[in-house]
Design a binder for this molecule. Structure first.
Ligand SMILES: CC(=O)SCCNC(=O)CCNC(=O)[C@H](O)C(C)(C)COP(=O)(O)OP(=O)(O)OC[C@H]1O[C@@H](n2cnc3c(N)ncnc32)[C@H](O)[C@@H]1OP(=O)(O)O
Length: 465
């Protein structure tokens, strides 16, 4: 509680004592991350239950203007309960008192509304009722969904209490009945759990939702729960093809890390192949999702016979001699026809295939330790090319005119430059050469770390193909 200090205003005998003027303590605010806790629950018994742990959203400070802090409350605690069956939410807000300091009192209602929109229910009893009254929300919403897959997927495993036979992936065009309404209830989850995401435009009919549903047999009717979903954009490619871009994927927190994200990705891959789209790309994948996607693609590529001769040939070149001693390291990129076959058959685009290619070669080098130095030179060459946008060959000389008070034609400097540097003016090349080398080294180490991580995963799951 903010307490006013006692003003000692009595006149009289103590003239030397100064009057003490009381100030309220300054309101430094509280970070949204510190005072908001989010709980995902599937029954009313779980609400307020001490056994339920909160989930980790993205940076909640981002939802509060300015410095991400909430002002004007003492001992503020906000517990948000999300009904994972109906996707309604309820915010339990408690505080000791309000302080109207210089930053005012944050309008919590509108801040929470910005995240939870119409899913937020003001009354707790009303919220508790949603567990029964809206029990069939998902089932009703997806009743027109097109079943794209159900049950197990070859080679992938679900490591959870969910039986694969209870799983199905349904597809809904965003313009189809109920899809927009369903997505609008999913938006708070997107904002809370997919970093840097924006809701998709539900008025654009080219969006499709792929919903991973758990259909659990229950007393009367089966209970449908959303395990995860992804929003995919289908767009035209001249002259007569369609492309697919996976733009948003979320597995609900309690289901994460159990194979569901991979399951959903594999279903979308399967659909892209069956519908023979031009390719399937991913919009700004997070590091984790990129890792998962690459693990899946590596397994598909290892089983794809038409590229085996190209891998063998690259491995042969690499194992023939000391590459790192050579003046010019060849670029280990797949031949054009392999790139084309992979895109046409597996729907993996060139950029992703080039990433996978490095890993395929790594996996084929035996024993890897013997060739690691040469392999690192190859990756260094690739990273350098990626940064500078062009192949780096041997250092070249470049002549540059310099302003001079002497005869213009006689004023120039000659310096050695790398081919890519002159070619790519967008790249911020650090003028400090040792620093540049250091940065390059770090990037190479990072890339090799990613390669090893994927290689370890796929070797564990599928040691020999
Ligand atoms: C385009 C975008 O939207 S990018 C943003 C992605 N979304 C988010 O970040 C939202 C929050 N996160 C999530 O929703 C989920 O965690 C996702 C979608 C990223 C991943 O889904 P999950 O179900 O958690 O992943 P899944 O359990 O399938 O994979 C986990 C592990 O299995 C590994 N794995 C999965 N499939 C394979 C495979 N076929 N072969 C080898 N390894 C595999 C993964 O590498 C990963 O390894 P780890 O244990 O070291 O983490």
């Amino acid at each position: 509680m903010v307490q006013k200090q006692q003003a000692t205003a009595a006149p009289g005998p103590e003239p030397k004592k100064r009057r003490r003027v009381g100030f309220s303590p300054a309101d430094t605010g509280v970070e949204a991350n510190e005072c908001i806790k989010i709980y995902l629950v599937s029954s009313k018994e779980e609400v307020d239950s001490p056994g339920i742990s909160c989930v980790n959203p993205v940076d909640l400070n981002d939802f509060f203007d300015g410095d991400g802090k909430i002002y004007g409350y003492q001992d503020l605690k906000i517990n948000v309960w999300i009904n994972s069956i109906s996707l309604h939410s309820y915010a339990d807000v408690t505080y000791q008192s309000t302080i109207n300091g210089e930053k005012g009192v944050t309008d919590l209602k509108s801040a929470l509304q910005n995240i939870f929109a119409e899913t937020i229910v003001a009354d707790k009893d009303e919220f508790l009722q949603t567990f029964s009254s809206e029990r069939d929300f998902i089932r009703n919403m997806v009743s027109n969904g097109e079943e794209m897959h159900s049950g197990v997927i070859d080679g992938s495993s679900i490591n959870a209490e969910v039986a694969p036979s209870d799983l199905q992936v349904l597809r809904m065009e965003i313009g189809s009945p109920n899809a927009g309404l369903l997505y609008s209830r999913l938006v708070p989850l997107v904002l809370l759990f997919v970093d840097g995401s924006n809701p998709i435009d539900v008025t654009d009919p080219d969006w499709q939702l792929y919903l991973l549903i758990q259909k659990k047999e229950d007393k009367e009717e089966p209970l449908y729960r959303i395990v995860g979903f992804t929003a995919v954009y289908k767009f035209y490619r001249y002259p007569d093809r369609l492309r697919m871009r996976l733009s948003q994927i979320l597995v609900l927190p309690s289901f994460q890390g159990k194979g569901f994200g991979s399951y959903l990705m594999e279903v979308v891959n399967k659909v892209a192949t069956q519908e023979n789209v031009y390719d399937l790309t991913v919009e700004e994948p997070s590091e984790k999702f990129q890792h998962i996607r690459t693990c899946i693609d590596i397994n598909r590529l290892r089983a794809f016979e038409p590229i085996k001769p190209a891998i063998d040939s690259a491995v042969q070149t690499l194992t023939k001699g000391k590459l790192s001693k050579k003046a010019q390291i060849p670029r280990f990129i797949p031949p054009l026809n392999a790139i084309e076959k992979v895109r046409e058959t597996l729907k993996i685009n060139k950029k992703q295939f080039l990433k996978c290619w490095e890993i395929l070669i790594y996996l084929a080098l035996d024993p890897i330790d013997k060739y690691m130095e040469d392999y690192t030179s190859v990756i260094t060459n690739h990273v350098r090319t990626d940064i500078l946008g062009k192949d780096i060959e041997t250092p070249r000389k470049q002549v540059v005119d310099v302003p001079s008070s002497f005869e213009q034609e006689a004023s120039f400097v000659v310096f050695k430059c790398l081919n890519g540097e002159e070619a790519n003016s967008n790249v911020q090349v650090d003028e400090n050469k040792p620093d540049q080398e250091q940065q390059l080294k770090q990037l190479v180490e990072e890339r090799i770390r990613e390669i090893k991580l994927v290689a370890e995963k796929v070797s564990r799951i599928c040691p020999k193909v």
